[in-house]
Write a protein that binds this ligand. Structure first.
Ligand SMILES: Cc1cc2nc3c(=O)[nH]c(=O)nc-3n(C[C@H](O)[C@H](O)[C@H](O)COP(=O)(O)OP(=O)(O)OC[C@H]3O[C@@H](n4cnc5c(N)ncnc54)[C@H](O)[C@@H]3O)c2cc1C
Length: 512
């Protein structure tokens, strides 16, 4: 940290020099402009998913149009937001739904309105699958659904919505406010603590305990709570309370996605940032300059492109991809300390797509048409987590061939690739069987390691935020934090790092 302070002083003295020089006429102007440009960092970003592209977008806003911003991508722009093509139509294969309260994603969809048409997801019929049958199902009729919910769960459904509304969303509003004011945090603990001490505390308890403490019934937690964790994170109500709360927020109505696929948000952010995309896999990050006490560091990024190894040098480096659970591991060399001293095992998720017909016998139904569009499982031992009927993301595409009239496209979430027999249990007739494997999100548990956002001087890790919760909006909150942190350290704005003393924020008493 001390090193960065010195660089802040350096920046300040150059600014003073610039001001002095700019008061002289003509011939000095050119010199001062060059010096101003020299003060701009060369920024490298590894990963062009939502985290990397939104980092580029925010960094451009902060550092201005002349800063060099390169973004490396080994696969496709969008990363875990990706589509799969079945019979000529695209479907969301990774991150599929966005919540109406996701401030940044809503903002991006408005900024790139022309390219980001929002598709709303109206809640259809939902079922819960117990040990070997559908034990609860909503109805097409709202009044009947409400009566069934009250019969089975009392006022729990109302209570969970008011819990997220009164206890969770206001805490997110706080972090948005902090970020609007340019405040940044070096660790996930500090960021969660700034949202509210109870947010940090939730990472120390299971969501099961958090929900029971909030007054929800054991039955609701074991059924709806479990269904949400299995569907959203492939895990159970043993996950920690913060990620569990993010997952429960999906119970609220008002979910949407982007026409053409959610990866479009990343594509638009990349375009909007005017960053240079380098389509290459980064293999090594080397610390090549580390002048103790001056804050002057630089990193050499080695990458593989068209069979050749190239390298580029940066003053600020942003890791916008999970360091664990990736097949594109990066070697960190010539650092005096280990920069990744944390272990964050990732949870594998398989998404299975079929075009086919539900096996009514397995689900005890008279007709496959009685199957709810979304079915969630609640038992740890059930081999699938959820099944959902899919709509294509693009209204302009046409199917390649007409499927049988009783077929639909179904997406099933599982923790491992199923056997043929298991597929047959779910679908009695099918074609286009496809699997997508994801190293999806961290394995969550109470008191797990929360990695820092800052791994070394001017080396930042956006995906540290995933230890709190992996979700597109969470990753964007992480990238905004890292962009502000990099900017504040570069500019010497140390009062905006890990500090909460801005008057308009500290006087805010809303729901604390
Ligand atoms: C199946 C599934 C369903 C999900 N559903 C939802 C949902 O409904 N709603 C929601 O909000 N979130 C959802 N998520 C979570 C969401 O996808 C993530 O939180 C978010 O997309 C993470 O974005 P990211 O940019 O941090 O990471 P990624 O999207 O993983 O991007 C990282 C990028 O870095 C690249 N990369 C990695 N290593 C290197 C290297 N060495 N060199 C160059 N490039 C590299 C990768 O190719 C990748 O493109 C889901 C995730 C999964 C897997």
């Amino acid at each position: 940290m001390a090193a960065s302070w010195f660089s802040g002083q350096y920046v300040l003295s150059v600014v003073v020099l610039f001001l002095l020089l700019s008061s002289f006429p003509s011939s000095f102007d050119k010199v001062s402009c060059t010096e101003e440009d020299e003060m701009l960092p060369r920024i490298g970003i590894i990963g062009a998913g939502l985290s990397g592209t939104s980092s580029a977008y925010f960094l451009r806003q902060l550092f201005g149009k002349k800063a060099t911003i390169d973004i490396f991508e080994a696969g496709k722009v969008g990363g875990r937001a990706a589509v799969i093509n079945i019979n000529g139509l695209n479907y969301e294969a990774g991150a599929s739904v966005i919540h109406k309260n996701n401030h940044y994603l809503v903002e991006f969809s408005q900024a790139f309105r022309k390219n980001t048409v929002r598709l709303s997801h109206s809640p259809g019929m939902v079922g819960l699958y117990g040990t070997d049958d559908i034990l609860f199902q909503t109805s097409d009729w709202l009044a009947i659904t409400l009566a069934k919910l009250v019969w089975r769960y009392g006022t729990d459904f109302y209570n969970i919505q008011s819990w997220t509304k009164n206890h969770i969303f206001p805490k997110f509003d706080r972090i948005y406010k902090f970020q609007d004011q340019g405040l940044s945090f070096t660790t996930v603990e500090d960021l969660l603590g700034a949202m509210g001490e109870d947010m940090l505390n939730m990472t120390k308890h299971s969501i099961k305990d958090v929900l029971l403490d909030a007054g929800l019934s054991q039955r609701f937690v074991d059924e709806f709570g479990m269904a949400a964790m299995r569907n959203n994170y492939g895990q159970t109500t043993d996950v920690h309370g913060f990620v569990g709360a993010v997952s429960m927020a999906g119970v609220e109505p008002g979910l949407w996605s982007v026409e053409g696929g959610n990866q479009r948000i990343a594509e638009n952010l990349l375009w909007g940032s005017k960053a240079t995309l380098v389509e290459a896999k980064v293999s090594t990050v080397a610390l090549i300059k580390d002048e103790l006490g001056t804050g002057s560091v630089s990193y050499e990024v080695e990458y593989e492109q068209s069979g050749k190894t190239n390298s580029r040098e940066y003053d600020i480096l942003i890791l916008a991809m999970p360091l664990e659970g990736t097949k594109n591991e990066i070697n960190f060399v010539d650092f005096p300390v280990k920069v990744t001293p944390f272990s964050q095992p990732f949870h594998k998720i398989v998404t299975m797509f079929v075009q086919g017909r539900i096996n009514k016998t397995t689900f005890g139904l008279n007709s496959a048409d009685d199957f709810p569009p979304d079915l969630f499982t609640i038992n740890r031992d059930t081999f699938f987590n959820s099944i959902g009927k899919q709509s294509p993301v693009d209204s302009h595409q046409k199917p390649e061939k007409s499927p049988p009239s009783d077929y639909a496209v179904w997406k099933t979430f599982l923790n491992q690739v199923p056997s043929e027999e298991q597929v047959g249990k779910l679908f009695d007739k099918y074609e286009d069987l496809r699997f997508v494997d994801w190293m999806a999100y961290p394995e969550y548990k109470p008191n797990m390691d929360l990695p820092p956002f800052m791994l070394y001087d001017r080396l930042y890790y956006v995906n540290a935020i995933e230890s709190a919760a992996a979700a597109m909006e969470m990753n964007v909150i992480g990238s905004k934090n890292v962009a502000l942190l990099a900017f504040n350290q570069w500019q010497g704005n140390f009062d905006k790092i890990d500090e909460l003393h801005l008057p308009s924020v500290s006087n805010d008493k809303s729901d604390l």
